[in-house]
Design a protein. Structure first.
Length: 79
């Protein structure tokens, strides 16, 4: 049985500061975004841990925690 007519559109998370892209294992790396966009991927912006720690050293852990739990959008949360 193959009922995959409308596979979910993949979402790419991009760090808005260094523009690296989050890989499946959670690490951030540089990829050619134009290819991903061309393939119909959606882009969402976030921050990679490196940039969070550099920009907000005092609040880094709190911010990273909120980002890591941000996948469940049903749970509204303010930064
Ligand atoms: Zn970054």
């Amino acid at each position: 049985m193959s009922d995959i007519k409308n596979p979910p559109q993949p979402i790419i998370t991009v760090c808005c500061y260094c523009h690296r892209v989050r890989a499946e294992d959670g690490t951030f790396e540089h990829i050619d975004l134009s290819k991903a966009i061309h393939r119909g991927f959606s882009i969402t912006h976030s921050m990679c841990p490196d940039c969070v720690r550099e920009l907000y050293p005092d609040q880094a852990e709190d911010i990273l925690e909120s980002i890591s739990t941000d996948d469940s959008l049903s749970k509204p949360r303010e930064l």
